[in-house]
Every structure is written in C-alpha cells, then in structure tokens.
Design a protein around this ligand. Structure first.
Ligand code: PEP
Ligand code: MG
Length: 325
C-alpha cells in the first residue's frame, strides 16, 4: 500500500472534477525535509521554529537561525516556505528565559504575546527570517493572534528589522508576505478585519478547537470533548474562509484536521484548496483527493451546516466518504 501511494508523490492532487489542491508540509526541523521532498509536498505550509530554541541553554543567535531558515528556503527552491515566529509558552517552555508559573498556561504568556513583550528576541528572529527570504520563497506567519493591534505591533517591529538590514546593506525580500494563524476564536470572528492587515491566513485547528470549546488539548480527562467536528468549529471555519475570500487573500489549514481525510469534502465545500500537514500524511490525503469531487462536496454543505451535533456532522461526513471514495 505504502509503495502504491508513493507513486502518487509527483502527481497533481486533483479531484475527479478537476479541482487542484496543494498539499504542503508542516515541519519542526530540517531533518524532516527529505520526507517532505520525497512525498512531493508543494511547499512548507508551517515551519514550527520552536525546536531551534529548545533543548539548549541560551537563545539561538541570529546567524544560527538564519542558517537554518536559509537551508529550508534553498531546499524548497521556488516552493513557498511559511516560517512561523516563535510559539513558545503553553506546553512548551524555555528554562533559560524565565517564564512565569501560570495557572492557565494556554491562556497566558504565549507565542506572539512573548514576542511583543521581548522585542530583542523577536527582532532577532525576524532579521534571521528576512535574511533567509533572499534565498527562496519565504513568508512570515505570526501565531496566536487575537487582535489587530497585535498584528500592527508585530509589523512595526518587522519594519524596524527591515530598516536595520537595509542600513547594513544585507539583502532580503522587501515585499515578503506576512500572514497570521487563525487559531484563537477572536481572530476567526474578526477575520474580515484581519484580512485587511495581512496577506494570508492559515487556520490552526489544533488550538482553534481547544479555545472555542474550552477544552485543554493536553488534558486526557477531557480528551473525548476535544472535537474538531463540533458545529461551533465548523462555523468559525466558515466565517474565516468567507472573510478571506471576500477580501481576496489565500487561506489554508495547517492543524491536524488538514490531514484527516474525513474533512476533505468540508475543505472542498468551503473552497479551501491549500492544506498543510505532516509529511507522512500527504500521500494518504492525495489518494483521497483523487477520488473526491467538488460537486458532491458542495452539495453536502447545507446538510453539514444544519447539523446540530458533532455526531450528526460525523455521520454526514462518514456517509459522504463511503459514497465518494
Ligand atoms: C494549530 O494550533 O493548529 C497549529 C498548527 O499550531 P500548533 O499545533 O503548533 O499549536
Ligand atoms: Mg497552535
């Protein structure tokens, strides 16, 4: 089966009725790139940069980060590489910068909140990413955005980093695209406003599900309540996608849901054609895309969005899968 799937690696991910999808990879380290290339990913849709900061005793210097980002950019050639700025906090801690003990770490000092508070740390990372943008098709993405002010504050530090590099005569791509993760319900609810500020969205369903349902994604006692097919999640996805489409910016999905073949008709029906997932999932998802159709997915949408429970949503998706695939 694996070998048969491997034959799909360099075929387009096209539905039966000709809709082209793009399957990019989520990575956390350079090591993963061999599999990304082998499985024919259309790019890196999410580069989680946390690994660069973990298992060490001090912050990584700009040059060290630059070398890593450049390596990824060069390896992917003209395919896009979306580098997400540091998403530390929550379950991921750095012992060498003193993060506070928190009652609710996932609701606390995390991700962009730390970056905006620690401009030194953030600007170093932005400079490294900007420098790497000279060597490939690099884009920047901010995690855990919940307001317009955060985007503007992050962009103003980005502008400072650009001015510094310009003054130092260091090359970078001046018009590199900047996007945000949509992973906090507030961001989904103001997606129309956010779409005016950035060039793309990537929906982080892992956090979006945890925050909209108030279900800690790490807590086993309530794992059964962590439900990506809850109607509330579906509504936030729809809001986000409609806002992006109205404003004409691309929107992709990079949470675990992107690699779940049951969700394919949902993406097609919503008009999402860009997914980013673990490199291991790409061939399996592509195989399902080849047996899917836009037409039947669109026809299913009214039924899906009138479901009152996630059991009903799962029922519709399962039935669709049996019929379509
Ligand atoms: C997400 O929240 O869906 C996501 C992709 O980010 P992470 O899993 O790294 O929090
Ligand atoms: Mg997240």
């Amino acid at each position: 089966m694996r070998e048969q799937l491997q034959e799909l690696a360099h075929l387009p991910a096209q539905t039966e009725d000709g809709v082209m999808m793009h399957l990019a990879a989520n990575i956390s380290s350079v090591k993963e790139l061999d599999l990304v290339v082998k499985n024919g990913a259309t790019g890196v849709g999410l580069f989680r940069t946390e690994f660069l900061y973990m298992d060490r005793d001090s912050l990584p210097k700009e040059d060290e980060q630059f070398e890593v980002y450049k390596q990824v950019a060069e390896r992917m050639g003209n395919k896009q590489v979306i580098i997400r700025t540091l998403d530390i906090g929550g379950d991921k801690n750095l012992h060498y910068i003193s993060l506070p003990e928190e009652e609710n770490p996932f609701l606390g000092y995390r991700a962009i909140r730390i970056s905006l508070d620690r401009e030194d740390l953030f600007k170093t990372q932005l400079r490294a990413i900007l420098r790497a943008s000279h060597y490939g098709n690099v884009k920047i993405m901010y995690p855990m955005i919940s307001s317009i002010s955060e985007v503007r504050a992050a962009n103003s530090i980005l502008e400072k980093a650009k001015s510094e590099l310009t003054e130092e005569n260091i090359p970078f791509k001046n018009n590199l695209e900047v996007g945000v993760m949509i992973e906090v319900p507030a961001a989904a609810l103001i997606a129309d406003l956010l779409a005016d500020e950035v060039q793309f969205f990537s929906i982080g369903t892992n956090d979006l599900v945890q925050y909209v349902l108030a279900v800690d994604r790490m807590n086993e006692a309530i794992a059964h309540m962590y439900d990506p097919y809850h109607p509330a999640v579906l509504r936030l996805l729809k809001l986000t996608v409609e806002a992006a489409h109205r404003q004409g910016i691309p929107v992709s999905v990079c949470g675990e849901m992107a690699g779940d073949i049951r969700a394919l008709p949902l993406w097609l029906g919503l008009g999402i054609t860009d997914l980013s997932m673990s490199a291991q999932s790409i061939l399996k998802v592509k195989n399902s895309i080849l047996q899917s159709s836009l037409k039947s997915s669109v026809l299913m949408m009214d039924q899906l969005f009138s479901c009152k429970t996630s059991e009903a949503v799962a029922g519709v998706l399962n039935k669709h899968m049996q019929k379509d695939m």
